[in-house]
Design a binder for this molecule. Structure first.
Ligand SMILES: [Zn+2]
Length: 275
């Protein structure tokens, strides 16, 4: 009987509690309801046509396990998928090219997000273009120093070719013979080394298949950045909605224990007053 009375008192006091909006909810509302800015999806969807490195001929595989009405009367859909870590929009964990550096699951969240620095080279890009130190210093001359903790996003415009594998990779070959024929822009070793020596960025992303250009045979941008535990995002989708500075980007991968990379959902928030 005593228990019942206590319950009644609690219920009454809850019912009488004034409905005060919480400060956390109101602070965050503008981020999520569209009034404070826009969320931009920087991710290509995974499908049969997702572009993988030419030596990966399996690609993305989605197998239907169930789709339709059940005997119980409800609808039910379920699939299983298979994929290499490094295909489509994906993460490069530093261990991908640097022994002893972070695996996918070891990367702290703080290294997967940060203020976006968008280096736009679309006006001068060629299929073998290398982003130079000059491209980075020109960006800084216009926008100030690359901030600490930044995510540097290289915009080449290559994402507009995504639906056309041959145009995107620079070759219609598949398998090992394709590798020497790849043509798409990337980041020079010098630019990677300049970032490491002079700035404190957490991640580098690009809208091409690789942070090293297609014609690279030694992957120096990968090695130079990843041995410093700088993270890579590759095959990013259209970056044109992002201002040069002022947006916030995050790339959250499928968390694979001991993985060297993984499928990535990359998004950016562009505040209403940015750019
Ligand atoms: Zn990769």
């Amino acid at each position: 009987m005593r228990r019942l009375i206590v319950l009644a008192v609690v219920t009454t006091s809850l019912a009488c509690a004034p409905a005060v909006p919480g400060p956390v909810a109101s602070d965050h509302r503008a981020v999520f309801d569209g009034t404070g800015g826009r969320w931009i999806d920087l991710t290509h969807a995974f499908s049969e046509s997702t572009i993988y490195w030419p030596t990966d001929t399996a690609g993305f595989q989605l197998e239907e396990l169930a789709f339709g009405p059940t005997e119980g009367g409800w609808f039910y859909a379920s699939y299983q998928f298979a994929s290499a870590e490094h295909g489509g929009t994906h993460l490069d964990a530093p261990i991908h090219f640097a022994e002893g550096r972070w695996t996918n699951d070891q990367i702290p969240l703080s290294a997967l997000m940060g203020p976006a620095v968008v280096v736009d080279v679309t006006s001068r890009v060629t299929p073998d273009y290398l982003v130079s130190v000059g491209d980075l210093t020109a960006w800084e001359a216009a926008h100030g120093d690359i901030p600490r903790g930044a995510v540097v996003l290289v915009r080449t415009g290559w994402s507009s070719r995504w639906g056309d594998r041959t145009a995107y990779l620079g070759t219609d070959l598949v398998g090992e013979p394709a590798v020497a024929e790849l043509h798409f822009p990337g980041i020079s070793e010098d630019a990677a080394a300049w970032l490491v020596a002079n700035r404190d960025v957490v991640a580098v992303g690009i809208d091409t298949p690789s942070i090293d250009r297609g014609q690279s045979a030694d992957f120096r941008a990968h090695v130079t950045l990843y041995r410093e535990n700088i993270v890579g995002f590759e095959n990013l989708a259209d970056l044109s909605a992002l201002p040069a500075t002022g947006s916030f980007v995050m790339g959250l991968p499928m968390k694979i224990e001991d993985g060297s990379g993984g499928p990535l959902r990359a998004v950016a928030f562009v505040p209403a007053d940015a750019g």
